[in-house]
Design a protein around this ligand. Structure first.
Ligand SMILES: [Zn+2]
Length: 439
């Protein structure tokens, strides 16, 4: 048996965005997929002939790159909406941490599986997950057929050394698994949950390792002020001085950053995961995204966990990112639809170290979405990037594919058992929260 071939025909193809520029749409296009990569992308009449195992008639729908959720805590779906109307500090310490202390592996797995249903229905194939029980996350992502960078970020409440040892073992066991679909990350959770000693040890231990740092950074003014009090520096300066940004890094939030911080982020090549809805819900503030973009800081988008969002629908982040910074800055040119789409696709893929992911091009990984733009909310679609950002949403997603494999189509999951996952999620949430969610 040779490499399997799938043909997607009769599609409008939006290859994606690179360097802020949207690539031209290919009308009446087709995409030939060999194994897990695109072998041909272009007009239908030039498509190479030959036998294909599977033909998908796109029926004129739009084929675009699948989305990347660059900051999430998938298992927190079980805590969806817990501790609403509280600022970050109170929300974490009084509501989230006590519940997380009781969480067991099976429950975490149930939460991640529920999240995966949401990701696939939204067109997300790749996530950057930070949470306890990372082995459970690996299992679910492998079963679902997606991709992930996964970390159990180290915190230092007396067990920092053990956490670092666990993270290194996890990296050794899982990094590059499933033909590279799983990437492991040895990371710190945040400044306020770690000590300089632990950060230094982590930096030393990860030298020479293929590792991308994933941390929470300057999420609130309060965090930045407390860091200045403790260390005489902003969180960005602090981690820079400890050498954490010597290697590649994805920093979630970066709300409370000043000019000096942004200069350092740009200099160190740190990529920012903008979690706009979580920042708004927790009253954390608004990250200076247009300033970051103008300094060349690469942008990605993340939902954060479902306890502070409260869903994992990245299309909401896409629309809000495009709108909020224009309104807040009173300038309609501050961020373009193409820039936002790049952050949600190629920008995220690059930040997580997935090479050849994020564009629909020959030789690139076949992670893509079919968008039905014939629905009332997107008709007529005369400007594709603008239609996708301002008008479209997850309701337009009709097919999600990763590595050449269809995972979701017309409301059905092909790799996951939706009903079983929902039942387990209800049970697990009930156990954790002491409530009955069975009906
Ligand atoms: Zn987070």
């Amino acid at each position: 048996m040779g490499i399997s071939k799938t043909l997607i025909k009769n599609a409008r193809i939006f290859p994606g965005v690179e360097n802020g520029q949207a690539k031209p749409v290919i009308e009446a296009g087709c995409a030939l997929i060999k194994g897990n990569r695109f072998a041909y992308v272009g007009p239908e009449e030039a498509c190479p002939a030959g036998r294909t195992e599977k033909v998908i008639d796109a029926g004129g729908r739009l084929l675009m790159p699948a989305l990347v959720n660059a900051h999430t805590h998938s298992a927190m779906t079980l805590l969806r909406g817990v501790g609403g109307e509280k600022p970050l500090e109170v929300w974490l310490r009084e509501h989230i941490f006590p519940l997380e202390e009781r969480l067991v592996a099976q429950q975490a797995r149930a939460g991640v599986a529920l999240a995966m249903l949401e990701y696939l229905a939204c067109g997300v194939t790749t996530i950057n997950d930070m949470y306890m029980f990372p082995e459970e996350t690996v299992k679910v992502v492998m079963e679902a057929g997606g991709r992930a960078m996964i970390s159990n970020a180290c915190v230092d409440f007396g067990k920092g050394e053990a956490q670092l040892a666990d993270a290194l073992a996890f990296h050794r066991d899982y990094h590059g698994a499933e033909e590279g679909r799983i990437r492991a990350s040895v990371s710190v959770h945040a400044e306020y949950t770690t000590t300089p000693e632990l950060v230094k040890k982590l930096v030393r231990a990860t030298e020479g390792l293929d590792n991308i740092q994933h941390l929470h950074l300057s999420e609130t003014q309060q965090e930045a002020a407390a860091c200045r009090q403790r260390h005489g520096m902003s969180p960005v300066q602090y981690f820079h001085h400890l050498g954490l940004f010597n290697g590649p890094a994805v920093a979630a939030h970066c709300v409370a950053v000043d000019e000096e911080d942004m200069a350092l982020l740009a200099q160190d090549g740190v990529r920012v995961a903008h979690a706009v809805i979580s920042n708004l819900k927790l009253g954390s503030g608004i990250a200076p995204v247009p300033e970051m973009l103008s300094r060349g800081i690469p942008l990605t988008l993340g939902t954060d966990g479902a306890a502070s969002n409260d869903n994992l629908d990245l299309w909401e982040e896409i629309k809000l990112t495009a709108l909020l910074h224009k309104g807040a800055g009173r300038d309609a040119t501050l961020i373009s639809p193409a820039q936002v789409l790049e952050a949600a696709t190629l920008g995220g893929a690059r930040a997580l170290g997935f090479d050849g992911l994020g564009l629909i091009c020959e030789g690139w990984l076949a992670d893509c979405v079919l968008m039905d733009l014939s629905l009332p909310n997107t008709l007529p679609a005369h400007d594709i990037p603008a239609t996708l950002v301002y008008a479209a949403g997850s309701r337009n997603v009709s097919m999600t594919m990763s590595a050449g494999r269809v995972l979701y189509q017309d409301g059905e999951y092909l790799s996951l058992d939706e009903e079983k996952i929902k039942t387990r999620a209800r049970q697990s949430a009930g156990e954790l929260l002491g409530r009955d969610f069975s009906v």
